[in-house]
Design a protein around this ligand. Structure first.
Ligand code: GLC
Length: 731
C-alpha cells in the first residue's frame, strides 16, 4: 500500500475510506520530535525514540516538530512511509521564526525597517534553509498585535500597528511559502496566535483577555486576514481565553468567523498542549472533554498533548463527535500534505545533510540588521563616528561574546558564530587597538569592581559606546516583565560612565519598547539595535561608522514612564483628551500626574544622518467623492549633510463617527531616498475603502464626514490638513 501511495497521485477519498478511527485521529496529532530543542517548550512527554517510532508505525502521528537531527527525521519518515499500514508521510514542522542556520533580526526588529519586502526576503531565505533540512512547515509568522510592552512576545511580531503588522504578515507568508507550495523550498506558513494573544491583561503572558468583539475585529484579526489573503493554509490557536472561552475551543471565532465568514480552507492547529490546558482554564472537566470541546470548536490538529489520539476514536464511537466532522478535519490535513507534494516526495530534504547555508544569506542578514536599527537621538551630530583617531570604550554586558545576539526563538543556529559588537567594531576600525572592551556589569547583576573598571576605561577614551539592554532571557515567551526598565545594575553602570562626562552612544539591545531614564535617556546618541542575529556586530559598526545610514523607524511606542503601558499611538481621544504637545496641561484630562502623556519616542520615530523637513500637506480641493480618490502630497526637504532614507507616514483621523475613532491611524507609508539638499514629493492616494472601520453592528462601514490627515515622520509629529469624504451621489 505504502509504495502505491508514493507512486500515484493521492486519492484522498479512497485513503480516507480506508482509514481506521485510530489512524484518522493520528493524522490530527502532532508531537515535538524527541530530539527537539528542550528550551522551546515545557517538557511534557519523556523523550522516547522507540515509543515515538511505534506510534508512527501505528499511524498515530501526523508529523513531528523542532527536531534537530536529519537522521532522526529520515528514520521517522521511513517508519511512516514503509512500516505503517497506509504509508502516509509525516509533515516536519519547526519554529522557524527569524531564520534557521542564518539568524536574521528578530521580527520586531525587521518591522522597524518598515520594509515588508525585506521581511519577505529573509523569510524566503529561512524557508530555503529549512526545506533543505526537511522542514516543510513553520510556526510563523507571529502576527499578534502587541500594545503592552510588559508582554515578552512582542519581540516575535511586528509591533502595535494594524496596518504595519498586516503588511509584514502578508510579506512573511509570501516569503515562507514562495510562489508554489509544491516547490522543493516551499515552507507552509502558520500565522499565530489566533486570536488577541497580545491583549493579555497586564501584559502577563497567557493571561486573561477580555476585549470586545469590535476590538477583536478592528485590531487583532486584520493581520490574520492579511496572512490568509497571502495564501497561508494553517493557523495556530492562542493559549488565552477571550471573555471566558479559551481560543482553542472558541467555536465562534474558529467556526463562525474562520470557516463561516472567511471560508478559511486550511488547517487549525492548537498551540503546544493548549487543548489539554482547557482543564487548567477550568473550561473542561477532564482531558476527554477537553479533546471534545477543542475538536468540535474547530481545532483540527492537537499539538503535543496526544489528546486526539487518545480520545477522538471513542468520542466518535460514542456519537459525541460526528464521524463527518472527523473526516472533514482529516481531509484538510491530507489535502495539505498532498498540496505540498509530500506523498510524491516524502524524503525530500531528508536525503543527506545540506552543505553550509547559501553565502548570500549572511549578506542579507547584515543588510536586514542594518535596516532594523533605529536612531532615536543624535545630538550635535555625534554619529557617525570616524574609523580612526578616536579612542573608543565599548562598555556593557552586551559588548562582547556570543551571548544574546540571536534573540528569542533561535532553535537551530548554524555553525558560524554570530558577530559580536566587539568583533564588528574591531573589524571596522582602521586601528582596532583604539577600542577597549569592558563588561562593567552583567545583564541583571553588578560585577564586583565592574563599574570602577568601566569608569577607568571611559576616562581613557574619547567616546563611550554603552552596550546595554535586555538579554535573551528577558524577552520572548513566558518572559513578561512587570517594569519595562533597564535592570538596576545596568542603570548604575550607565550613570557612573556618564558621570565621566565623555560623549556616550547608547547601543540598546532589546526585545520590546523600554522606558529609558537618567543617563541613558540623556545620552547624546541612542541607537535601538533589538536582537539583530548572526551579523549583529557588522551591522552596528556599519551604522556607527557611517558605511550605512540608520533608516529604521519605531514599530512600537517608547514610553516616558514604565507605568504608561499599555501605550500605543492609535488610542482613543476620550471625552477629556490629553493636552497636546505645547498645550497647557490643564487638569481634568487624560494624563498621569508627573508624566507627559505623549511617548518619549513615538511610533514611527527614527532619525537618519540627514535632516528631513516636511512641508504642509496638500489635499488639493480637500474633497473625496464617495466613489473617488484623493491625492495627498507633501514636499520633503533634506537639508542635512547626507542622503537619507526617509519613511513618510500617512495618518488620518476620522473626526466624528458612529463609533469613536483613534486620534491617528496609519493608512500608508513610503520609504523615500532623499539626497542631501534635495526636495522630493511624497504622494499618497486615499479612497473611502481606506477610511472604513468596524461599526457598532460589527460590520465594516464607512461614513462621510471630515478627516484630518498628516504626512509625517512619526505618529506624534506633523501638522494636519483636512478633507471631506462626500456622501454618495454628491460631487
Ligand atoms: C509555543 C508557542 C508557539 C510555538 C509552539 C511550538 O508555546 O506559543 O508560538 O510555535 O509552542 O514550539
Amino acid at each position: 500500500m505504502a509504495s502505491q501511495l508514493a507512486a500515484a497521485a493521492v486519492d484522498i477519498d479512497a485513503l480516507l475510506a480506508s482509514m481506521t478511527l485510530e489512524e484518522k485521529a493520528g493524522q490530527l496529532s502532532l508531537y515535538a520530535s524527541v530530539d527537539a530543542n528542550p528550551s522551546a517548550n515545557p517538557a511534557h512527554l519523556p523523550p522516547d525514540v522507540s515509543r515515538q517510532l511505534d506510534d508512527i508505525r501505528a499511524g498515530r502521528v501526523t508529523g513531528l516538530f523542532n527536531g534537530t537531527s536529519l537522521a532522526a527525521k529520515r528514520r521517522a519518515q521511513e517508519a511512516a512511509v514503509n512500516e505503517s499500514r497506509l504509508g502516509i508521510p509525516l509533515l516536519f514542522a519547526a519554529d522557524v521564526i527569524h531564520g534557521l542556520r542564518t539568524v536574521f533580526p528578530v521580527p520586531l526588529a525587521e518591522a522597524a525597517s518598515w520594509e515588508p519586502a525585506l521581511a519577505e526576503r529573509t523569510a524566503r531565505a529561512a524557508a530555503v534553509e529549512a526545506a533543505r533540512e526537511g522542514v516543510r512547515w513553520t510556526f510563523a509568522p507571529m502576527v499578534d498585535i502587541a500594545r503592552d510592552a510588559r508582554w515578552g512576545r512582542g519581540v516575535e511580531g511586528a509591533g502595535e500597528d494594524v496596518l504595519l503588522a498586516s503588511r509584514f504578515a502578508a510579506a512573511r507568508v509570501r516569503g515562507f511559502q514562495g510562489s508554489d507550495l509544491a516547490a522543493a523550498d516551499a515552507v507552509l506558513a502558520t500565522p499565530k496566535h489566533f486570536v488577541a494573544y497580545g491583549a493579555a491583561e497586564g501584559g502577563l503572558d497567557y493571561n486573561t483577555v477580555d476585549v470586545s468583539d469590535l476590538t477583536v475585529r478592528e485590531t487583532y484579526l486584520p493581520p490574520f486576514k492579511a496572512a490568509f489573503d497571502a495564501g497561508a493554509l494553517a493557523v495556530m490557536t492562542a493559549f488565552n481565553e477571550i471573555a471566558g472561552t479559551p481560543m482553542t475551543a472558541h467555536a465562534r471565532w474558529l467556526q463562525d468567523l474562520l470557516r463561516g465568514e472567511w471560508r478559511f480552507p486550511g488547517v487549525v492547529i492548537s498551540d503546544y498542549h493548549s487543548d489539554a490546558e482547557l482543564v487548567a482554564h477550568g473550561f473542561a472537566v477532564d482531558e476527554r472533554q477537553a479533546a471534545k470541546l477543542a475538536f468540535l470548536a474547530g481545532t483540527d490538529i492537537s499539538m503535543e498533548s496526544g489528546l486526539y489520539a487518545r480520545y477522538l476514536p471513542s468520542l466518535v464511537a460514542s456519537g459525541e463527535v460526528p464521524p463527518a466532522r472527523l473526516d472533514e478535519a482529516v481531509r484538510r490535513v491530507l489535502a495539505l500534505k498532498a498540496k505540498i507534494g509530500l506523498f510524491e516526495a516524502p524524503m525530500r530534504g531528508l536525503e543527506s545533510p545540506p552543505g553550509p547555508p547559501p553565502v548570500e544569506h549572511m549578506a542579507l542578514a547584515r543588510e536586514a540588521a542594518r535596516r532594523s536599527i533605529v536612531l532615536l537621538k543624535n545630538e550635535r551630530g555625534l554619529l557617525p563616528l570616524p574609523k580612526s583617531g578616536r579612542r573608543l570604550a565599548l562598555i556593557g554586558p552586551f559588548a562582547g561574546g556570543p551571548a544574546d545576539l540571536h534573540g528569542p526563538w533561535t532553535l537551530f543556529p548554524g555553525g558560524t558564530p554570530p558577530v559580536s559588537l566587539e568583533a564588528g567594531l574591531r573589524g571596522a576600525l582602521i586601528d582596532p587597538d583604539l577600542l577597549t572592551v569592558t563588561r562593567g556589569a552583567d545583564a541583571e547583576a553588578a560585577i564586583p569592581g565592574g563599574i570602577d573598571a568601566a569608569v577607568r576605561a571611559a576616562r581613557e577614551a574619547d567616546v563611550v559606546l554603552l552596550a546595554i539592554g535586555e538579554s535573551e532571557a528577558m524577552s520572548g515567551e513566558a518572559r513578561s516583565r512587570a517594569e519595562i526598565i533597564l535592570p538596576p545594575a545596568q542603570q548604575a553602570l550607565a550613570e557612573a560612565v556618564a558621570a565621566t562626562g565623555k560623549p556616550m552612544v547608547v547601543l540598546l539591545r532589546n526585545g520590546r519598547a523600554l522606558a529609558l531614564a537618567g543617563a541613558v535617556q540623556d545620552a547624546p546618541a541612542l541607537l535601538v539595535t533589538w536582537f539583530l542575529g548572526s551579523q549583529t556586530g557588522h551591522a552596528v559598526a556599519d551604522v556607527l561608522f557611517g558605511d550605512a545610514a540608520p533608516s529604521g523607524r519605531l514599530p512600537v511606542s517608547f514610553p516616558q514612564s514604565p507605568g504608561q503601558v499599555p501605550l500605543y499611538y492609535a488610542h482613543k481621544p476620550t471625552g477629556r483628551p490629553a493636552p497636546r504637545e505645547g498645550e497647557a496641561p490643564g487638569f481634568y484630562n487624560t494624563r498621569y500626574l508627573g508624566t507627559r502623556h505623549a511617548a518619549l519616542y513615538p511610533f514611527g520615530h527614527g532619525l537618519g544622518y540627514g535632516h528631513v523637513r516636511y512641508g504642509p500637506v496638500d489635499v488639493g480641493e480637500g474633497r473625496l467623492p464617495w466613489n473617488g480618490k484623493l491625492r495627498i502630497r507633501a514636499l520633503l526637504t533634506n537639508d542635512g549633510p547626507r542622503e537619507q532614507d526617509e519613511v513618510a507616514q500617512l495618518y488620518v483621523r476620522d473626526r466624528s463617527a458612529s463609533v469613536t475613532r483613534p486620534v491617528r491611524e496609519l493608512k500608508d507609508f513610503r520609504r523615500i531616498r532623499i539626497a542631501a539638499g534635495a526636495t522630493v514629493e511624497a504622494e499618497f492616494e486615499l479612497s473611502r475603502g481606506d477610511l472604513g472601520f468596524i461599526g457598532s453592528d460589527l460590520q465594516p462601514t464607512v461614513e462621510p464626514g471630515r478627516f484630518d490627515v498628516w504626512i509625517a515622520p512619526s505618529a506624534e509629529r506633523g501638522s494636519a490638513s483636512s478633507f471631506e469624504l462626500l456622501p454618495p451621489a454628491q460631487r
